[in-house]
Design a protein around this ligand. Structure first.
Ligand code: C2E
Ligand code: MG
Ligand code: MG
Length: 483
């Protein structure tokens, strides 16, 4: 550059030139610094949950390990098992709000126990907490801590004015000395293993201990079965059997309950109690219920064509009612098959209603408004609440077998059954007794005015062909025989 030039226009231009270069360099430099900070932040942050992420927890643990920190440490991992359903209903934001409420609740616990606590998001449905404490823990304080974190996970969460039920399982790993750990990943891995076990065993909380490694193979059985469900439906290893429901006073064969059966080619007969509760923990219950409803509707059409006029009941899980399009799907299937909605009954178990009551209620109301009948199954077990009877649109109340089974020997069961029948009738609900095994049970139920009955005394669950024969033999009306 020639500095001797005395040209004012040139100098002005040059000054601006320098300023522009200096400005650009400054901006670029600070942008670069900002970008590096941003990259670091992104690397260690779950931007969606706005919490430090797994890498951040790993870094923290590795630092403690390098410093050979000693104290009393606990890594807690919480898995939200119904995260998918919740996100479908409320949108993804619900998980962020659950995570932050967990953080607040666990911070309170840490404060009460004079511990320090940090929160990390481990992904879409897992959150982790790192607790540090100087004081040694007694068995009592350990149990108190475990009780507190379970209780805090069970309370409903508030999101957008709705109470949300969160199905959570907790894994816990405790240790005292980082010098033995020498890794950031290892303690997370132990806590992860504990939470996996909690999910598989459907336990609220599992504390890691090395022997749980051996137990792993035990639980793989249930998961093996889950892997086979889809194939089982497609290959017809799953099929329905039908148990008649009788009008007790007249003997008329009013309805049948469709019950699923699984004949596994290797494992043999698998009872519904072994796979339904597992399937309810995943979206597989959707496939099962879809199959059951379609099959039940087709079966009813076939029977109607051969002159058998009964209603059909299917068991539906609360998880189905939480699917946004479940009700539409049922109504569509009935319409597509030109089946009167009055012919279908939905049985829903009382215990399962605690999950997100409002959504279940909305789904049931829509079904009921479309003239589908609703039965409250297994009444008297679990979480009986008279509020359910008042709030739910119920047509039938199914008295649980445990009361019916003891009718002959227990005066108390007799009184309970009579009280349930009377109570139901006062609020216009019909009663169905499950598990009738003897004529004496049948007669007693008739004497107290129980409307309908189902049980081995009348008929066990029957295959479609066996049901047709049984129905024809009885000419549509069950005739009592000495049991
Ligand atoms: P549930 O809906 O209460 O069905 C009644 C159960 O009692 C059936 O067992 C039936 O075989 C049995 N049972 C009926 N009468 C008698 C009797 O007189 N004595 C005795 N000892 N048992 C009797 P099952 O078929 O093993 O089903 C068990 C449970 O599995 C059902 O209880 C229901 O909750 C569930 N389940 C069955 N099929 C399905 C399905 O397709 N979907 C869903 N979500 N759950 C199902
Ligand atoms: Mg049932
Ligand atoms: Mg039942």
């Amino acid at each position: 550059m020639d500095l001797s030039k005395d040209d004012s226009a040139f100098w002005v231009l040059r000054t601006f030139g320098y300023a522009a270069v200096a400005y650009t360099t400054g901006v670029l430099g600070s942008s670069l610094i900002n970008f590096t900070i941003y990259k670091k932040k992104v690397y260690f942050t779950d931007l969606f949950a706005q919490l430090p992420n797994r890498q951040a927890l790993c870094k923290k643990l590795l630092e403690c390990s390098k410093l050979q920190t000693t104290g009393h440490f606990a890594i807690v991992i919480v898995t939200v098992s119904n995260s998918k359903t919740l996100a479908e209903i409320f949108g993804n934001k619900v998980l962020k709000s659950i995570f932050h409420q967990f953080k607040d609740r666990y911070s309170d616990i840490a404060e009460r126990m004079s511990s320090k606590m940090e929160t990390y998001s481990l992904g879409t449905n897992q959150i982790s907490f790192f607790f540090e404490k100087n004081e040694e823990e007694t068995l009592e304080s350990k149990e108190k801590f475990e009780g507190s974190i379970i209780n805090a996970s069970k309370k409903n969460f508030l999101h957008d004015g709705f109470f949300v039920h969160c199905d959570s399982h907790i894994g816990l790993y405790r240790f005292t000395d980082f010098s033995e750990i020498n890794s950031g990943e290892l303690p997370i891995g132990y806590a992860e293993e504990a939470v996996d076990t909690a999910v598989k065993q459907m336990k609220d909380l599992v504390v890691y201990n090395p022997s749980s490694l051996v137990q792993k193979s035990k639980y793989s059985k249930a998961t093996d079965l889950l892997g086979d469900i889809d194939l089982a439906i497609r290959s017809r290893w799953m099929f329905l059997v039908y148990q008649p429901k009788i009008d007790i006073a007249t003997g008329k064969i009013q309805s049948v309950e469709a019950l699923i059966r699984w004949n596994h080619p290797v494992k043999g007969f698998v009872p519904p109690g072994m796979f339904i509760p597992q399937a309810e923990q995943s979206t597989l219950i959707e496939n099962i219920t879809d199959f059951v409803i379609k099959q039940a509707i087709l079966q009813l059409k076939l029977w109607q064509r051969s002159g058998i006029d009964v209603d059909i009941a299917v068991n539906v899980s609360t998880y189905n009612l939480l699917q946004p399009n479940f009700v539409n799907k049922v109504l569509y299937l009935l319409q597509e098959n030109k089946l009167d909605t009055k012919k279908l009954e939905i049985e829903i178990t009382e215990g399962s209603l605690i999950t997100d009551f409002q959504h279940v209620l909305n789904g049931l109301k829509r079904l009921h408004d479309a003239s589908i009948k609703i039965a409250l199954d297994d009444f008297g077990t679990g979480y009986s609440s008279l509020q359910y009877l008042q709030k739910l649109p119920i047509d039938f109340l199914k008295i649980d077998q445990s009361f019916v089974r003891n009718l002959e020997t227990s005066k108390q069961s007799k009184e309970i059954v009579k009280a349930i029948v009377d109570l139901a009738h006062t609020i216009n609900i019909k009663t169905i007794a499950e598990g009738i095994e003897t004529m004496a049970d049948y007669d007693y139920l008739n004497s107290v005015g129980c409307d309908m009955g189902q049980g081995f005394y009348m008929a066990k669950p029957l295959t479609s062909n066996a049901f047709v024969s049984w129905y024809s033999e009885n000419n549509g009306v069950f005739k009592k025989v000495e049991s």
